[in-house]
Design a protein around this ligand. Structure first.
Ligand SMILES: [Zn+2]
Length: 384
């Protein structure tokens, strides 16, 4: 099999939900192209209207929930909400293996001047879920990706705050079915379709590795009745304000957001995915399954915005994408895997099991070719 790449960015056709059209242009590039026609002034008025509608009139509750990780995008969301005069309740669903820099950036968000709640799920259960996610569906971050959606919704019900202000609609920025691109309200259906569940449902878990139903409260939505009673709804800020991860990072840094000295392993920048040591493993599996990793994602965003050329993007991808995750944010792989009771050797076997062998070079016996660092080589790095 050959990988087909978008002729404008460097995304291969294997990205889930991505379409490359007759002119060789991917749906994410098309979607970006359409941004030029967006009337941002009218979107801004829509936003003002929505916020006015949901704002607390008597000061008896918070105006909105802002789910925050402490990253550049959530820092930006909080800055904007404060500028718009809102009184948000910020909610963090703690990541699986929080880094020191991630902790610093959470502290920074609090110091912007907001009320803040951190929800820390049972770590013993969490490790089991990380392990199940990695072994069963090749996604160590499965519980994290579920929790970042369910926990803020639970907080909305708990504190009687109907409006949740999310960041970007990833389907719009990264491509996806056209129907989802226009979405500006989060529904249960949206979560199920795009929330990264990868065929593993929360309801599949009780009984696996001793996980019980009562361990899964943080990973399930409140009941329909509760959602209705509070009137929980959500918006994607990225639909109403022009969204750019890089300018969010610039602004956030000026408001105290910290980045490491060097680029993050497997990426080409230093300003994102700083809060979880397991993220390197998550991104590596994406590379094994689909032939692109975090470096490709970031290169595409910058190519679309004209900040680097496609050619430079290709070089950067070649240099950094999909490298075996020996460390992430400086923490060695063995230490990241230790709490999951997985050895590096076992990890390598799990990796091989999830590798799409059609995308990588193999020897005459069909065995994956790896260099001395354990890195794979793709069958092709550009259209042939
Ligand atoms: Zn493209």
């Amino acid at each position: 099999m050959q990988l087909q790449y978008c002729v404008r960015c460097v995304m291969p056709h294997t990205k889930p939900d991505l379409r490359i059209d007759d002119e060789g242009v991917c749906s994410a590039c098309r979607s970006y192209e359409q941004r030029a026609e967006v009337d941002w002034d009218s979107r801004r008025s829509e936003l003002d209207e929505i916020l006015a509608r949901y704002r607390s009139t008597d000061g008896s509750r918070w105006d909105c929930i802002v789910p925050v990780s402490g990253g550049k995008d959530s820092t930006y969301q909080v800055i904007r909400m404060l500028q718009l005069g809102l009184n948000p309740l910020c909610v963090t669903a703690t990541t699986c293996d929080l880094s020191d820099i991630g902790r610093k950036n959470i502290q920074n968000i609090k110091n912007l001047g907001v009320d803040y709640i951190e929800f820390s799920p049972n770590p013993v259960v969490r490790r089991k879920l990380n392990r199940i996610g990695m072994v069963e569906v090749g996604d160590i971050s499965w519980p994290e990706h579920v929790g970042i959606f369910t926990i803020p919704v639970r907080a909305a019900v708990q504190f009687g705050v109907p409006l949740i202000v999310w960041g970007e609609n990833s389907q719009n920025e990264y491509g996806g079915p056209a129907a989802a691109s226009g979405d500006n309200v989060l529904t249960r259906r949206w979560l199920e379709e795009f929330g990264g569940l990868l065929g593993l449902r929360v309801s599949d878990l009780p009984g696996v590795e001793g996980v019980e139903e009562r361990n899964l409260v943080p990973y399930t939505y409140p009941s329909d009745e509760d959602l209705k009673r509070v009137g929980v709804t959500g918006i994607f800020l990225g639909h109403y304000l022009p969204w750019d991860g890089y300018s969010n990072a610039l602004l956030s840094q000026a408001y105290g957001f910290t980045t490491p000295e060097k680029i993050v392993e497997g990426s080409i920048v230093s300003y994102e995915n700083l809060d979880n040591h397991q993220t390197g493993i998550h991104d590596y599996f994406k590379f094994l399954k689909f032939g692109f990793g975090r470096a490709t994602d970031i290169a595409c965003l910058h190519i679309r915005r004209g900040r680097i050329t496609r050619e430079d993007g290709q070089h950067l991808v070649r240099l950094h994408d999909g490298k075996f995750p020996w460390t992430y944010l400086g923490k060695p792989l063995a230490e990241i895997l230790e709490p999951l009771d997985v050895s590096v050797e076992e990890f390598q076997r799990i990796c091989d099991r999830f590798t799409n062998k059609a995308l990588f070079r193999t020897d005459a016996h069909g065995e994956l070719l790896k260099d001395r660092h354990g890195n794979l080589t793709k069958v092709n790095y550009d259209n042939v």
